[in-house]
Design a protein around this ligand. Structure first.
Ligand code: NAD
Length: 295
């Protein structure tokens, strides 16, 4: 069993830290919000992130965004972690920052991996996350048993930044597919078609995709989803907007043609501008159907 410092006990970090404690690891947690940190039964609560990582064999972080991750690592973790410690950042951040931090960690005698996740809060609570890991093969081998406690799929995607790169490519595909399904149902509605018939055909035909069969944005059709619950998140439009912004940055830096990804970014930008950042990302269909974003 490992001694683990865990920083960032938010929506995702809570379930992940719980699962590590349940598996018998010795976990010390820190969050700026002390009440959240105190919610992890069986974990020690540290007074700072520096204290949480002192003496830890493994450090995990689940923080909101790149600038926060960079400042926490540079200001506290690098200075307080024992050389040889394995650092695993599970936050979704930009590829460039992930690569720079991994190089800086190496300069401190530390191994750092980027390991963003897919699966949402339900996956974090149930221990069924998918981890996309970037970094050295040796670091991955050390991380695998820890990540397996919190997830059911752990993939080594390549060198530093490859986990973040994989995550934003996946989420850009997801956003485009969700909008395509939303537009299909919006067009069907205008044509006076029965949405259930469209679902029955497309879910077994070439329009089939996860956004249709598992996360259908049309209420009353297919499996029970966020659409049947007033578009409560799930995966909030604001988080999809953030991930698409990271994809657009990466596309600009690499010169990739992501015209449909750009259109998806613009669509989620409009949703966020309309004050709907907290609505599930499948709620994008309401704009397409001409139904107000407001429930
Ligand atoms: P969250 O806002 O609920 O949690 C982040 C936590 O970090 C908060 O509790 C906050 O108090 C804490 N924090 C912020 N700055 C800190 C600091 N300097 N030191 C210590 N703690 C600090 O966010 P979340 O939903 O748990 O998401 C975390 C990350 O996971 C994000 O990068 C997000 O994009 C990614 N993610 C989220 C989901 C999801 O469905 N929520 C799914 C996949 C990936």
């Amino acid at each position: 069993m490992a001694t683990i410092g865990f920083i960032g006990i938010g929506n995702m970090g809570t379930g992940m830290a719980h699962n590590l404690v349940k598996a018998g690891h010795e976990v010390t947690v820190f969050d700026l919000d002390t009440e959240k940190a105190k919610g992890i039964e069986g974990a020690q609560v540290a007074a700072s992130s520096g204290e949480a990582v002192k003496g830890a064999e493994v450090v995990l972080s689940m923080l909101p965004a790149g600038p926060v991750v960079a400042s926490v690592y540079r200001e506290t973790i690098f200075a307080n972690a024992t050389p040889g410690t394995l650092l695993i950042d599970c936050s979704t951040i930009d590829v460039a920052t992930a690569r720079i931090l991994a190089a800086e960690a190496q300069g401190h005698g530390l191994t750092m991996l980027d390991a963003p996740v897919s699966g949402g809060v339900a996956g974090a609570d149930a221990g069924t996350l998918a981890f996309m890991v970037g970094g050295s093969a040796d670091g991955f081998t050390r991380a695998e048993p820890i990540l397996n406690v919190m997830g059911t799929k752990v993939v080594h995607c390549g060198d530093a930044g490859a986990g973040q790169g994989t995550k934003i490519c996946n989420n850009m595909m997801l956003a485009i597919q969700m909008i395509s399904v939303a537009e299909g149902f919006a067009l069907a509605e205008k044509l006076g078609l029965d949405p259930q018939k469209l679902f029955d055909v497309s879910s077994a035909a070439s329009g089939q995709c996860w956004s249709l069969t598992t996360y259908c944005p049309m209420p009353g059709v297919g499996p029970t989803t966020s659409a049947d619950n007033g578009y409560a998140p799930g995966f909030a439009a604001g988080l999809m907007h953030k991930d698409l912004g990271l994809a657009m940055e990466a596309a600009e830096a690499s010169g990739a043609d992501v015209a449909f990804g750009r259109a998806a970014f613009d669509a989620y930008d409009a949703m966020v501008e309309a004050g709907e950042a907290g609505v599930d990302f499948s709620g994008i269909i309401r704009g397409k159907r001409g139904v107000s974003y407001q429930p």
